[in-house]
Design a binder for this molecule. Structure first.
Ligand code: GTP
Ligand code: MG
Length: 240
């Protein structure tokens, strides 16, 4: 039996809200509007996952699937320094791939599974999990097919989380303008709709606060505490 590893987010307040950090063996979905901190949290997790267990890390490698071209290796450098780690070593342990279509995204996951069988990974990031679906199934009549392919993608992610004891961190941009996305039926619900809601075990609702402040609330999780965590986006990554 595999035991859950909790990986620090870099913010004590956010870790406390999550019961110690983001967990292996499940999917954590961050949703929120643009600049709410989804990608910055991904960058911080790229580093914190590599910390030893006693420092609240996962002592493992990271796989990063980027569908929007927003991964910045140069952002990893000050984050690694903040945690007292060697930036080049940290970068070497991040396996990065850019995905251009949803099929490409899916095939990358298949390839990663083979890699994870050989090397100790502790985190898989897909930022954003939904962007390519919006592009590849943009017609109204394609909604059913899109939801089916999305469910397939999420079931693959769940499998990876469970088979290799990795944390899966996925992002989902909510378009704040209700007229901005044709698939959004309820502006309070993220664009993936019910399909995304089912596979993700923990859903983090992120929003902007004052200046560099961001606020996180756990969405719809009866077994986790109510309440919010306030954190900051800094050059050293997410912190209190
Ligand atoms: P979308 O992908 O557009 O949906 O947004 P997101 O939720 O991924 O936002 P992201 O994580 O990219 O957050 C961007 C915010 O982080 C912006 O407000 C940036 O100004 C801030 N940010 C990025 N790098 C730094 C940094 O080095 N220092 C500080 N203080 N802020 C930063
Ligand atoms: Mg982003």
């Amino acid at each position: 039996r595999k035991s859950v590893v909790r990986i620090t987010t870099g913010s004590q307040a956010l870790d406390d809200l999550l019961g110690g950090g983001i967990e292996t063996l499940c999917i954590t979905e961050a949703f929120g509007e643009f600049r709410s901190g989804k990608t910055q949290l991904a960058h911080t997790l790229c580093v914190s996952t590599q910390l030893p267990i006693h420092m609240h890390g996962g002592n493992g490698k990271v796989a990063y699937i980027d569908t929007e071209g927003t991964f910045r290796p140069e952002r990893i450098v000050p984050i690694a320094e903040r945690f007292g780690m060697d930036a080049n070593a940290v970068l070497d342990n991040i396996i990065y791939a850019r995905a251009y279509t949803y099929e490409h995204q899916y095939n990358l996951l298949l390839g990663l599974a083979a890699k994870m069988a050989e090397e100790p990974f502790r985190l898989l990031i897909v930022d954003s999990v939904i962007a390519l679906f919006r592009v590849d199934f943009s017609g109204r009549g394609e909604l059913a097919e899109r939801q089916q392919k999305l469910a397939q993608m999420l079931s693959r992610l769940t499998k990876i989380a469970e088979e290799f004891n990795v944390a899966v961190y996925i992002t989902n941009q909510v378009i704040a303008d209700p007229g901005g996305g044709m698939f959004i039926t309820d502006p309070k619900k993220p664009a993936g709709g019910h399909v995304l809601a089912h596979a993700a075990t923990i859903r983090l609702m992120l929003r902007k606060g004052k200046g560099d402040q961001r606020v996180c609330k756990i969405f719809d999780a009866p077994n986790l505490p109510e309440g919010e965590a306030v954190f900051q986006v800094t050059s050293g990554g997410i912190m209190d």
